[in-house]
Design a protein around this ligand. Structure first.
Ligand code: ATP
Length: 377
């Protein structure tokens, strides 16, 4: 059925609301300046990244989302030069990584650990041997030092005593823990996560996300992750970038981007998370009031830019007291209320608009779905 949607009323995000919540910025860690990446194979050219400008700060967990083929992998791979940018610069601590020679590149890769969706463990090697690989590749031969470091990290990731086990004897979550330990062997300052939880069940995903968060805090690592799981972003990321067709579509704190997605690509990615209007309610809604008993059906959105909490009493009072709650779902993201209320109000057209004006400071967006005659009218 069609639901008539009255003009969508947007309130400009208040800068005060942003700054009030934002603590001083940590130092800049990674900077992408006009980064583009074009793949050429034969006659075919694919512009995977188009003029990306992005700053990532020390110690933040930065998420990158986008539809399949949007350029997420290409972007994350330019950060450790698994891919070279075609044009533009990637700066780490102010150093242009394109300018590094072979020696410089080896050092860069030591400073950046990476974990992968399918763990990329050597199946013919034990956990210890897998962990030893990056140190051996870095020319470290001191066996005692390698064992000590491996044991330290296995403790950190909760796999103490698993040194001599082969990956085939480990669960997916345990394999990813080994992947994380291996990524940390050279004491990196940046951790790149390429769909690190996509092959894991929901419970294991939670435990790996907690581990990444803990590592981020205790080791003060900057974490950059790409994922197609929006819940991963909402659970652990500080900021998120949305890529669309190789370009940066949207960027901001997770609560802002998830609470008030502005770009069509972001809205599409987040659509599955939005609560649906129950069928019986949706079917009762018409574009215009059927008679004088018709009530307006209105969605009130909260994204934390307007009110830091939801004063229900005041809301009801300003809306005239006869506010009926049809559906609700309000949570908190990074300390900001997020969600929506579906309510019915005893007003129509002009009077409705006037009443809704009075709650501007309490809510971020209003959407009038239409009108319905209450069942008991
Ligand atoms: N090595 C390559 N050679 C040619 N084209 C490539 C190469 N790698 C990626 N592409 C193309 O570049 C575009 C972006 O790909 P990329 O893998 O970066 O996107 P993505 O957002 O990570 O996608 P997905 O979510 O499906 O993994 C796609 O059109 C892809 O086909």
């Amino acid at each position: 059925m069609n639901i008539a949607v009255a003009p969508y009323r947007k309130i400009a995000p208040s800068e005060a609301a942003y700054s009030q919540k934002t603590s001083p910025r940590p130092p800049l860690h990674l900077r992408l300046e006009g980064v583009s990446k074009t793949y050429v194979s034969g006659q075919r050219r694919v512009e995977a990244l188009k003029d990306i400008n992005l700053d990532i700060y020390q110690g933040e967990i930065f998420g990158i989302i986008g539809r399949s083929g949007a350029g997420k992998s290409s972007l994350i791979r330019t950060l450790n030069r698994l891919e070279d940018a075609t044009t533009g610069k990637v700066l780490i601590n102010g150093v242009d990584i394109q300018s590094l020679d072979t020696g410089g590149l080896v050092i860069l890769r030591r400073r950046i650990g990476m974990i992968f969706q399918h763990f990329n463990l050597l199946s013919s090697a034990t956990v210890f041997e897998n962990l030893a690989l990056p140190l051996k590749a870095a020319g470290i031969r001191d066996k005692k030092r390698i064992r000590q470091r491996a044991q330290e990290l296995l403790r950190l990731v909760g796999l103490e005593g698993k040194e001599d086990v082969y990956p085939s004897r480990l669960s997916g979550g345990q394999k990813q823990r080994v992947g994380i330990a291996r990524a940390l062997m050279l004491d990196p300052e940046i951790l790149l996560c390429d769909e690190a939880t996509s092959a894991l069940d929901p419970e294991t995903t939670q435990s790996i996300l907690s581990l990444i968060k803990e590592i981020n805090k205790t080791l003060k690592l900057t974490v950059v992750l790409i994922t197609h799981e929006m819940s991963v972003i909402s659970q652990i990321c500080d900021r998120v970038a949305v890529l669309e067709d190789g370009a940066l579509a949207e960027l901001g704190p997770v609560w802002r981007v998830f609470g008030r997605p502005e770009h069509e690509a972001t809205q599409a990615l987040l659509a599955p998370l939005k609560p649906k209007v129950a069928d019986d309610i949706a079917q009762a809604i018409s574009a215009t009031p059927a008679n004088s008993t018709s009530r307006a059906i209105v969605k009130l959105f909260f994204d934390g830019t307007a009110a830091t909490y939801l004063p229900l009493g005041i809301l009801s009072q300003r809306l005239g007291g006869d506010l009926r709650l049809l559906q609700s779902g309000i949570g908190r993201l990074q300390g900001h209320p997020q969600g929506e209320l579906l309510v019915s109000l005893p007003y129509q057209q002009h009077e409705l608009a006037q009443r809704l004006e009075t709650i501007n400071d309490l809510i971020s967006t209003v959407e009038v779905l239409g009108y319905a005659v209450p069942a008991n009218a």
